[in-house]
Design a protein around this ligand. Structure first.
Ligand SMILES: Cc1cc2nc3c(=O)[nH]c(=O)nc-3n(C[C@H](O)[C@H](O)[C@H](O)COP(=O)(O)OP(=O)(O)OC[C@H]3O[C@@H](n4cnc5c(N)ncnc54)[C@H](O)[C@@H]3O)c2cc1C
Length: 455
């Protein structure tokens, strides 16, 4: 092992496991819960203070300032995926249109994409109006092909909203080792998600929403909510726990891991570009994604950590060292100049994945459950939360007609078949990436896998 490698290993094991975003954020002291008791009558009780729960409260209180809303959070605001993600505010939707069209219609699918694009700007406007310094910058997004197989796949699957950039145009935006072409979409912003989530929580408190941190909720089978031994009486209940709703067959937690560099000198960006803070991903099946942060770090994420038997959440999966190391060496391969710089933060989190990769919002007149965003929940949670608020208020809007409303997902297989299928799919995604690299054709392995992964 070289001196450089042993230094890196040491650093990897000693570095900060807190998402880099929290290094740039002062957590506001939330105090609304100190003056309220759980046991009073609430109009709406929301379980989970991530983006889904907080945006639901935001949309509700906007039209109904007198509503009494309680949010119960097991840990602290944003301690789930919302405070540990890649900060892409994108218009992506995890399920392809073909899946949606099986149960929905072309107008609803078109409206969905339109609403997602609008939601990006609405989030940016909200942050600006509330002086939330989350580094929101809409520089678009690039998917970069590094082999002929990926290039062919990108060309085959691009939509009207995307354009192909040739090798030279790609290099003018991002100088990634081995890049051939890229696909650019203007519909993405980069943010510090932790700054947005705490800013959103603080803005809600000012409007009278009560947030109980360190308060785990128990939801009974008849949808009654208990916390700290007290039953919370409410007109409506919202389960906004996303990947924390686990151990069932309707959704599984899959881990995405991230690393971040120290703040990099501007000369590094003279070499690698990304000068409009475009978010970027490679076109691999394992999904590696990144952004240049507002303080000039690179924050890079990727999948690959194994799924846990029984769909249990396991915090140790958030720090799966093997994947963190793989991400570091991938980043240094993308941008060799990073060899002179340190990765200071290593962390991860779980995303909720349904059997058909389609997000859901189900509402029975008193109880709502929402989630299944896979890795696209930053914008999506805003939109799904808006539809949730519409349903609770009894309003029929374009949002209540979108495909995720009332969506029923097929169940995942029984264990251990599920465990074997998912972990094989994760392993075979790497095989499919290698296959595309060597054959120069879109992967047949991935084609065979699509019934398993639902895409
Ligand atoms: C590493 C990573 C990278 C990602 N990158 C991106 C990205 O770049 N762009 C994008 O669009 N999406 C991304 N995602 C997905 C996105 O972060 C999530 O879809 C989104 O944050 C989900 O928000 P949420 O509020 O539904 O869930 P969460 O933020 O997970 O919130 C759920 C909350 O519920 C709380 N909770 C759980 N159980 C209880 C209980 N019993 N009682 C009370 N509270 C409870 C949890 O503590 C948690 O705070 C990423 C996710 C991860 C993990």
């Amino acid at each position: 092992m070289s001196v450089m490698e042993s230094y890196r290993n040491y650093h990897c094991s000693m570095s900060d496991r807190t998402p880099v975003w929290w290094a740039m954020v002062d957590r506001p002291k939330l105090s609304s819960s100190t003056t309220h008791s759980l046991g009073q009558m609430w109009d709406v009780v929301i379980i989970g203070a991530g983006f889904s729960g907080l945006w639901t409260a935001h949309h509700l209180i906007k039209g109904n300032p007198n509503l009494k809303i309680a949010i119960l959070e097991k840990n602290l605001v944003g301690s789930g995926a919302s405070g540990r993600n890649g900060g892409w505010v994108s218009a992506l939707y995890p399920a392809p249109d073909e899946t949606l069209l099986r149960k929905s219609n072309t107008v609803a699918v078109k409206n969905l994409h339109h609403q997602l694009r609008n939601s990006i700007d609405e989030i940016g406007t909200f942050a600006a109006e509330n002086n939330i310094d989350c580094g929101f910058h809409k520089g678009g997004t690039l998917v970069i092909a590094t082999n002929v197989g990926q290039e062919r796949r990108l060309r085959e699957h691009m939509s009207d909203e995307e354009v192909i950039l040739d090798a030279q145009q790609t290099r003018a935006r991002i100088n990634m080792n081995g890049s051939r072409i890229s696909m650019f979409s203007p519909h993405c912003a980069a943010i510090n998600p932790a700054a947005l989530v705490v800013g959103l929580a603080a803005s809600l408190e000012k409007k009278g929403v009560v947030i109980f941190e360190n308060t785990a909720a128990d939801l009974s089978s008849d949808k009654r909510v208990w916390a700290k031994g007290v039953e919370l009486k409410a007109g409506a209940v919202v389960r906004a726990m996303e990947a924390y709703h686990s151990g069932t067959r309707d959704q599984i937690p899959i881990y995405s891991l991230m690393i971040a560099t120290e703040p990099l000198p501007l000369e590094v960006f003279d070499e690698i570009g990304i000068n409009n803070r475009e978010t970027f991903a490679d076109a691999s099946f394992l999904i590696n994604y990144a952004q240049r942060t507002a303080d000039n770090r690179l924050a890079i994420g990727g999948r690959g950590a194994p799924y846990v038997l029984g769909s249990r959440r396991k915090d140790s999966r958030e720090n799966f060292q093997q994947i963190h190391k793989k991400l570091e060496s991938m980043a240094r391969q993308w941008f060799p100049i990073l060899d002179h710089h340190t990765f200071t933060h290593h962390w991860g989190g779980a995303v909720g994945v349904t059997r058909d990769w389609a997000p859901y919002l189900r509402w029975d007149g008193r109880y709502a459950e929402l989630g299944g965003y896979v890795g696209d929940g930053v914008t999506l949670s805003y939109l799904v939360a808006a539809a949730t608020a519409d349903l609770i208020c009894g309003n029929t809007t374009v949002r209540t007609t979108l495909p995720f409303v009332g969506w029923t997902n097929p169940l995942w297989e029984l264990e251990p078949a599920r465990f074997l299928a998912i972990n094989s799919a994760i392993a075979l995604s790497s095989v499919a990436d290698a296959e595309e690299k060597w054959t120069g054709k879109p992967s047949l392995v991935m084609k065979a896998l699509s019934p398993i992964i639902g895409k």
